[in-house]
Design a protein around this ligand. Structure first.
Ligand SMILES: C[S@@+](CC[C@H](N)C(=O)[O-])C[C@H]1O[C@@H](n2cnc3c(N)ncnc32)[C@H](O)[C@@H]1O
Length: 465
């Protein structure tokens, strides 16, 4: 096993990069920052550190009268964050092991070596005075809730009765949620295989994703084993997808709308579905699964080769070529087909042939403020003005894509944000600007909870002009 001191040193470096504005995923993938053999350990430690960074910074301010040099500060705050993290945080070391290893980490780097005794003394003082220091630190809301102050203030303004629950939910470790591929298997068949292999699971709530019981496909696993080790991953029996995200395809292609689409297909129309912001393809593949299932139920199965494209066509757009590769990988694992185009969805001239769509999904780029459980760096990376700026971009995309929808077609606008300016505000502005848009019932704002991420969705029907 790799020495903890090595992992602590690399974690401090990784977190310092995050605080300078780089996403944790980007930093972890950068071999010049985190060596590949340290990656898994550094990821687990970084998650725990980022979840406790507000408290760690406040403690460091109380413990050191002057701000230490950046590398020393990063290591000290990293160690403090781990000393205050929950026992199940992925950093379950005894206090003394952590302190000793942090001191060893300091000694092994030229930029921190001369401060090793300072780090040692400061951390040991923390252990002696922990209760008093933490009580004092909690006077700062940033320390108490481990989010930036502007974020706390905004949540309090927008959700006066729920803001504390939301901030607490952001601190939780998410479970691994799967979407069973009902075009390939059934819930009972997949569950039987999980049981055989001793994988603990519980069914996610089908009422949450608003679909009939026989089309419900969410399963949460208590532990998070490596996904590829789960049965039949390679042959596409399931995908990893949060429960709130599963609500997107089930609301756009609801049971009742799918029935209409099947009738339309019987009348000889090819059904056209657009996923405008598609990578890595989680929702594209779910849309396809629902179409496959609905056509199979109707006795019009789409089984293979030439049948694909007979009743429906799915187009997936993505502006980022690297991310678009992931759509192809997911389609191929699930043995599905879609037309993938690398382009700016809002620039219709670059990709649209003028044939209208029956259904459009705009899973828009956003601040990701709803997926802080899975990406604990997000809260420290965002700036106060970001949500409003993203809201403007989303409205412009929504407006452009509206033109591609046929009359009586449906569009679902979704974001994984909990800020109003990337949800309800965009919906209202869009409705005000488009007399032919009618809002249909949809889930709206999903606040993050133990069961799922934070998410927003609004469903529109296009009425005759
Ligand atoms: C929220 S993610 C989509 C997640 C995806 N729907 C899924 O469920 O797997 C938003 C995606 O939109 C892409 N994107 C951002 N701006 C875009 C644009 N103008 N046109 C097309 N894609 C865009 C981003 O690169 C990102 O991959």
């Amino acid at each position: 096993m790799l020495a903890l001191s090595l992992q602590l040193g690399a974690t401090a470096k990784a977190v310092a990069f995050v605080m300078a504005g780089r996403s944790l995923n980007d930093v972890l993938a950068d071999g010049s920052v985190v060596k590949p053999d340290l990656r898994a350990g550094v990821q687990a430690l970084s998650f725990a550190v980022l979840r406790n960074w507000g408290m760690a910074r406040a403690l460091r301010e109380l413990l050191a009268s002057r701000e230490p040099m950046p590398p020393v500060d990063a290591l000290l705050c990293t160690a403090l964050a781990l000393l205050v993290s929950e026992p199940d945080s992925g950093a379950s070391y005894t206090d003394f092991t952590l302190v000793n290893q942090a001191v060893d980490a300091a000694k092994s780097h030229s930029k921190t070596r001369s401060s090793a005794s300072f780090i040692n003394a400061t951390l040991r003082r923390f252990l002696r005075e922990r209760e008093t220091l933490m009580k004092q630190a909690r006077q700062s809301e940033e320390a108490q809730y481990n989010h930036p102050q502007w974020w706390i203030d905004q949540m309090r303004r927008e959700q006066p009765h729920k803001w504390q629950t939301i901030l607490a939910a952001n601190q939780m470790k998410p479970s691994l949620t799967l979407r069973v591929n009902l075009a390939k298997t059934t819930m009972s068949e997949f569950i039987a295989v999980l049981d055989e292999q001793g994988v603990a699971w519980h069914e996610a709530d089908s009422a949450l994703v608003q679909t009939k019981q026989d089309m419900a496909c969410g399963l949460a696993l208590q532990d998070a084993p490596p996904v590829t080790s789960l049965p039949h991953y390679a042959v596409g029996w399931f995908s990893v997808q949060d429960l709130a995200a599963q609500g997107a395809a089930t609301q756009l292609l609801s049971d009742e709308f799918l029935f209409e689409l099947v009738v339309r297909a019987r009348q000889g129309h090819k059904i056209r579905v657009l996923d405008a912001c598609a990578a890595p393809g989680g929702k594209t593949t779910h849309l396809i699964e629902r179409l496959l299932q609905a056509f199979a139920h109707a006795g019009m199965p789409v089984l293979s080769g030439d049948d694909w494209g007979k009743h429906f066509e799915v187009i997936a757009l993505e502006v980022d070529a690297k991310r678009a590769k992931r759509i192809h990988e997911n389609l191929s694992r699930l043995k599905q087909r879609a037309i993938v185009k690398i382009t700016d969805a809002a620039n219709l001239a670059s990709w649209w042939d003028g044939t209208p769509f029956d259904a459009v999904l705009l899973d828009a780029p956003c601040t990701a403020s709803g997926i802080v459980r899975r990406h604990p760096d997000v809260r420290w990376l965002r700036r106060e003005s970001d949500a409003t700026a993203m809201g403007h971009i989303q409205l412009a995309m929504l407006q452009a894509l509206w033109a591609t929808l046929r009359t009586q077609g449906r569009l679902l606008y979704a974001t994984c944000s909990v800020f109003e300016t990337e949800g309800g505000v965009v919906k209202q502005r869009f409705l005000q600007a488009n007399g032919n848009a009618k809002a249909l019932d949809s889930h709206g704002l999903w606040l993050p909870s133990l069961q799922h991420d934070g998410f927003y969705d609004a469903l529109f029907d296009k009425t005759a002009d």
